[in-house]
Design a protein around this ligand. Sequence first.
Ligand code: MSP
Length: 494
Amino acid sequence: MKFYITTPLYYVNAEPHIGHTYTTVAADCLARFYRMKGYDVFFLTGTDEHGQKIYEAAQKENLTPIELANRVSETFKKMWKKINISYDRFIRTTERQHEEVVKKVFKILLEKGELYKGEYRGFYCVHCESYVNVEDRKNPICPDCKREVREISEISYFLKLSKYQKQLEDLIENSEMVKPDFRKNEILNFIKSGLNDISITRKNVVWGIESPIEEKYTIYVWFDALLNYLSGIGYLHDEELFEKYWPPDVQLIGKDIMRFHYIIWPAVLFALNLPQPKKIFAHGWWVLGKEKISKSKGNVILPQYFIDEYGVDPFRFFLLREIPFGLDGEFSEENFKKRYNSDLVNDFGNLINRTLNLIEMKFNGYVPEGEIDESIMKISEDIYKNYTIKIENLSLSEGIEEIWKLLIFLNKYLDEKAPWREGSIDVEKTLLSVFYGIRNILIFLYPFIPQTCEKMIEMMGLEKNELMCFENINKRYAGRIKIGKREIIFYRKK
Ligand code: MSP
């Protein structure tokens, strides 16, 4: 079984901030989850490097566009490495191979009669890299970002989007592609209000892939960028790879780029006669006092501070735990700290510290042998079922809530059995059972906070690869286990 997952390609006009990190961490969590279920996973991410916006950003810095793209795509790669993003391929839209695929697709569509030459008259927003309708032609501003837009009037090649209106309506209404469900209506209403054909070449934009037909045209940056989901997986150059993974199982996007992904993207696939993605999930925004966090708003929050102050995994954890995936959420250090202290220090860190300390004290570091309490096996199994449903449904924070049910259960179990107290009974069974309960928790948490789980499993005296497969839930090891070197992983923050 295969699982193909993608993130949007990030523009290289900004360094990675928490918005970009969010989509990527969520995709990483899903990629790891499916690998643990035994799927053959392909996880694609990368950078979007053409277009007027990048061209102007480079000019401001006195760089050529490719110099800027080289620098910023490296910072994305470095950030993903730092926070343990397990992508299989990082694609840059300036790669030769991608450019060739884009040109070939352009030709195929032209030959199939899906493109035609015409005149585009209208407005263009460079910030959104989008053709827009304006309310007031005298004072034209972008309906989305409210910036000034440019009027253009030029000959260009159009994609016959209007032709697919009915098919798109059917797709959105009757398939599981648009997720969460509550996004469907907005998109449907937009489509039903009528689709115009879309211009996919630009005459006066120099920084773009040249049209294979007439060199004076470059290809519209969104048309170029969307095709990465095909070129990154071998389309038109590695048929075997492409056949193996197409179509995407999950494509993650932010709600700001829904129209491109729910309308233009499927229309291109219809035009190419390719199967549609199974799910395109639009998540919400991280906001600060209702404003989207973004470079242009000047309110970016960089991951580095939180990574230095709290660690990579607390940062990953917060992003995925704090707000239901799909909705907007307020990013604040106060909330971060609360989450960190209550969930990671109190509930999680303390449980593992207490348990391993007791094993050390009472049994010289050897995990006692005997029977595991049935209740812990049973609750682990039940939680595994619910947790799987939640994550497959992309309810990531609810997946963590399921894990917390086991954590809370184990903390309570340990408190009630109080194996530290003089004369308490069943000390072996209690510690052995909690030990295995924690091992299950580490497996469940691995997609979310892999590095921490690896450290902790070693502290428990077990091998890292025990984490990487859900079949190991409730697995019993033969032989005696000696716990490893212990350390405190989460320190309380004031
Ligand atoms: N280059 C296009 C995407 C092309 S995909 C073929 C683009 N790039 S972007 O860098 O501006 O942003 C990409 C994604 O970053 C958004 O869709 C969203 O996933 C994420 N986010 C950027 N800011 C965000 C927040 N403040 N909050 C959550 N995610 C946001 O659009």
